[in-house]
Design a protein around this ligand. Sequence first.
Ligand SMILES: [Fe+2]
Length: 194
Amino acid sequence: MSTAFTRRAFLAGSVAAPAAYLLVRPANAQETLQPTPACGDQPTVRQTEGPYFKPKSPLQRDLVPAGAGGPTLALWGLVVGLDCRPVAGALVDLWHADDTGAYDNVGYRCRGHQFTDERGRYLFRTVVPGLYPGRTRHYHVKVQAPGGPVLTTQLYFPGERQNAADWIFDPSLVLTLGDDATGRTGRFDFAIAT
Ligand SMILES: [Fe+2]
């Protein structure tokens, strides 16, 4: 365990969930984080934007479309700087296929953004994206500290059969899945330049 990771674990592990986050906080939220892309070591890996990004997504936390089938997920985590400190007010812009594997390129279905709270936390409730030809299961995301550069990347699910065949799949971008009283949770902590 590196010094940087230890420091990061201390900072991130000391975060307590506000009321809104208690709905989705996994039971092990106070435990040491898994070594996903670690601040102090390297920033979260960048990935291609893909063809379906749309600017000016709505400010919304609940991206579950009306009538959606399939499982939902509370997608949450921290945004920290390369100094391992939480970044407040960071933009987290999420877009993804719906549960059938389709993108809405006309409206803003399964598209939205949030800003991290004072402790660097973000939270969305959305569907588990469906598969579409040529890719494994994934979310698209852009993360930006106030006044900082934009990180564009993608997030993946563990244990997906298609991961190994996806040409840009990166194991450092896999969600940590869990469960709480409200259902399935997926956590990913971003380490970004500020
Ligand atoms: Fe995609």
